[in-house]
Design a protein around this ligand. Structure first.
Ligand code: 4NP
Length: 154
């Protein structure tokens, strides 16, 4: 059994959430944590596809291999299966909230950047059209450092 199961969620599950998964997987190993991480999209346009090549390249720059990931759509059962569900923007957040059936499920759903900018409900920008993959990497990396620091403080 894992101590914590984390699900990253964006729209297409090809740009932001695969990168977030890869970054956290590396940190899990570095910190010796017994956690697992997966990712999913609220949409199904890219189901079965590998991550966007720009996310693959950005991850590779930091020694992270995300090439084996495949896009999938979030399912209602994920809200029970995972302990924490980290969304990238308010649209993803609202979509996942719309799937939740009870308070226990709703309490798991967070905006990932609230770990670095508490209460500000900031979005990880969608890099699909504007190519902002470095900014996305930096934001996700900072947020995931804070997530680990918060949990390890207990
Ligand atoms: P992601 O980026 O949600 O970070 O995976 C996107 C990928 C694809 C599309 C939009 C955003 N799309 O419209 O196809």
């Amino acid at each position: 059994m894992f101590d914590k199961k984390v699900l990253m969620v964006c729209l297409g599950n090809i740009c932001r959430s695969p990168l977030a998964q890869g970054i956290l997987e590396k940190k899990i190993i570095l910190h010796g944590l017994n956690w697992t991480v997966d990712s999913a999209g609220t949409g199904r346009y890219h189901v079965g596809n590998p991550p966007d090549v720009r996310s693959i390249d950005k991850a590779r720059e930091y020694g992270i291999d995300i090439t084996k990931q495949r896009s999938r759509q979030i399912e209602v059962s994920d809200l029970d299966l995972f302990d924490v569900i980290l969304t990238m923007d308010s649209s993803n957040y609202q979509s996942v909230m719309g799937l939740a059936k009870n308070k226990s499920q709703r309490d798991k759903i967070k905006l990932i950047l609230n770990y670095v900018y508490p209460g500000q409900n900031m979005a990880v920008p969608d890099p699909y059209y504007d190519d902002s993959f470095q900014r996305v990497y930096d934001l996700l990396n900072a947020a995931l450092d804070q997530l680990i620091a918060k949990v390890e403080a207990f």
